[in-house]
Ligand binder design. Structure first.
Ligand SMILES: C[S@@+](CC[C@H](N)C(=O)[O-])C[C@H]1O[C@@H](n2cnc3c(N)ncnc32)[C@H](O)[C@@H]1O
Length: 302
């Protein structure tokens, strides 16, 4: 078996690969659960160390990622197309346990960059933003059908944009929406009318687009419901690594790890590093790693 025959997808450069692998510490024969397998960048590194595809369980809710994981399936890996919440619920019911559990949150580069996925306004496309294309709720439904208060609240909660209310009003007043570019222009005008000509480093629509994406995919809800189940899936001595890209995601991960590691004798986990490992410091050559934070823990008690 030549593992190098199966390089990770060229379009997605795994974030903090070296640091994640150091914390996961894969050893020959160990079992790996990747809950956000994507294009297999982290999984490939682990596969090389554990030595057998059968030791890998790879989960993703995106069918494009699932088909990209076919090379792992051919090596015997278990590939699950589902949300990580649903997958973890099922694996837990089956009393499955692993030596390593990986969560590399958010979206992959191919998801963000493919115009037909409708995540981005850098190229004009039909708004969508669903990681799982079989899901009903899309960004199109939110911007065309949700009431102004509900839209303002997701922009406020998920992006903390000070102009959340004005942006939501402008979105509702300029219905119907179809394309990413027009929505970005509407948001841009709403923000510029408030701040005058002042220039920000990021496009005025960036934060709203991120908030819409988080809402469409229930990203924070998935994480909050899944984390408490993870220690049950870990063997004693098993390692958990979480990479987050958004301050709210990182806060959920940090609070969970703190709770699980600070109850003295009762604690199920022990932190592998007190402070998060930052992408801007340790993976500076990868533009996707700019906002990444990596945290890790080891299971010490059932
Ligand atoms: C940052 S990418 C992972 C990249 C991967 N580590 C690699 O190196 O190729 C995140 C992946 O997680 C998936 N994902 C995000 N949230 C998910 C969820 N709640 N359930 C299942 N998959 C999810 C996305 O579809 C995406 O493919």
């Amino acid at each position: 078996m030549t593992l190098n025959k199966y390089p990770p997808h060229q379009l997605h450069k795994p974030v903090l690969l070296k640091q994640a692998t150091i914390l996961l510490k894969p050893i020959k024969g160990e079992k790996y659960l990747d809950l956000t397998a994507g294009f297999g960048g982290h999984a490939k590194e682990v596969l090389e160390k554990v030595g057998n595809g059968k030791n890998l369980t790879l989960v993703d809710r995106d069918l494009v990622a699932i088909s990209a994981l076919d090379s792992f399936r051919k090596l015997g890996a278990e590939v699950i197309h589902d949300s990580f919440y649903a997958a973890v619920t099922k694996l837990r019911k089956e009393n499955r346990t692993f030596d390593m559990v990986m969560l590399d949150l958010g979206v992959s580069s191919p998801q963000l960059d493919s115009p037909e996925r409708g995540f981005s306004f850098s190229r004009n496309s039909k708004l969508d933003m669903r990681m799982d294309a079989s899901q009903k709720l899309s960004a199109l439904e939110i911007v065309n059908e949700w009431p102004v208060d509900k839209i303002a609240s997701i922009i406020q909660n998920y992006s903390e944009d000070p102009f959340a209310r004005a942006i939501a009003r402008a979105i509702v007043d300029s219905r119907p929406h179809e394309s990413t570019k027009r929505l970005a222009d509407v948001i841009s005008r709403a923000v510029r009318s408030r701040v005058g000509g002042s220039r920000s480093r990021i496009h005025p629509a960036t934060r709203t687009f991120q908030a819409l994406r988080i809402a469409v995919n229930d990203e924070l809800g998935q994480l909050e419901k899944t984390l408490p189940m993870l220690p049950d899936l870990m063997k004693i001595g098993g390692r958990l690594v979480i990479i987050s890209f958004h301050s709210l995601e990182d806060r959920i991960a940090k609070n969970f790890l703190q709770e699980e590691s600070s109850s003295g004798y009762e604690s199920r986990l022990k932190l592998l590093a007190k402070r998060p490992i930052s992408g801007s410091e340790y993976d500076a050559s990868n533009p996707r790693a700019r906002s990444a934070k990596l945290r890790g823990a080891v299971k010490i008690k059932t």
